[in-house]
Design a binder for this molecule. Structure first.
Ligand code: LIP
Length: 272
């Protein structure tokens, strides 16, 4: 098979089709096959950083489908998938973003799948099965939630902004994150804490939040949602002048982004 030109439309369409198929299949499995007595299969950075058997099974389903379709692609998954690949395309996968919500039976969780080439995200899909929503974006082609175009809210005053954030799994980091939130809350409309970074980024894209920020995310948490938010008109980044990273992820409608980013920097949202 001759390799398609890098990031050609045909390649992007193929990657989107695979991401949608994998996210949809994983979503049906996670929604319909969730055991009533679901428990914790393992923990990672702390006793509250949990993995369930469903996280592991969903990642195997997703990586198996991708590898069948594109055996030479690289894979990076939250639950251990790690394949170098030779095609230049790398898949970045969070089989359940919002694992704690899923464990407790709360509806706010999602499958997040992104395809990157040379470090640039070409395709992003976030599927929130309990909401009946699939968010998708192809680089340069806009963002959608189901069949509707996604666009950010036209906000510009921090004092009127609805801002989402999240907290990590280590007590020391949570204490600093809580301090940042304590100082920010009086300066914005309100704070939300949904428990899934991918959904928060997509809610910025859909105009349901004015902004989102969090420290300590992994690429699989934000890769797809970052592209979806940007293609919906949001600005994203980390500290001022820096790209988003595990140090800090900020996404906001353009009228708020620089002001919020600067304020978060002053409050120390980028360090423990
Ligand atoms: C989650 C993130 C969320 C964060 C949680 C956790 P996971 O990812 O989506 O924003 O606040 O602490 O990191 O672990 O459910 O894939």
């Amino acid at each position: 098979m001759t390799e398609q030109p890098r990031s050609s439309d045909r390649l992007k369409n193929e990657l989107l089709e695979i991401a949608l198929e994998a996210a949809t299949q994983a979503g049906s499995f996670l929604r319909d096959a969730r055991p009533e007595d679901l428990g914790v299969a393992a923990t990672k950075s702390s006793a509250i950083d949990v993995v369930t058997e469903m996280d592991i099974a969903a990642e195997k389903l997703i990586t198996g489908l991708i590898s069948d379709r594109r055996p030479d692609d690289g894979l990076l998954g939250e639950e251990g998938a790690s394949v170098e690949g030779s095609s230049g395309v790398e898949w970045v996968i969070d089989p359940i973003d919002g694992t704690v919500n899923y464990l407790y039976g709360l509806p706010s969780w999602a499958i997040s799948i992104a395809a990157r080439m040379d470090g640039e995200t070409l395709v992003g899909v976030v599927h929130a099965p309990m909401r009946g929503e699939i968010f998708r974006a192809v680089l340069g082609e806009g963002a959608f939630v189901n069949d509707r175009a996604a666009r950010v809210r036209p906000a510009s005053e921090l004092g009127l902004a609805l801002v989402s954030t999240g907290f990590g799994y280590l007590a020391e980091r949570k204490a600093q994150q809580a301090e940042v939130a304590r100082l920010l809350i009086p300066e914005v409309r309100d704070i939300r804490r949904g428990g899934s970074a991918a959904i928060d980024l997509c809610d910025v894209a859909a105009g349901r939040l004015d902004a989102y920020y969090e420290r300590g995310l992994n690429p699989w948490d934000y890769a797809a949602g970052d592209l979806i938010a940007r293609e919906a008109g949001a600005l994203t980044g980390g500290r001022p002048g820096e790209p988003l990273s595990p140090a800090l992820t900020v996404a906001a409608t353009p009228g708020l982004f620089a002001q919020l980013q600067a304020r978060l920097d002053e409050l120390g949202a980028w360090h423990d």
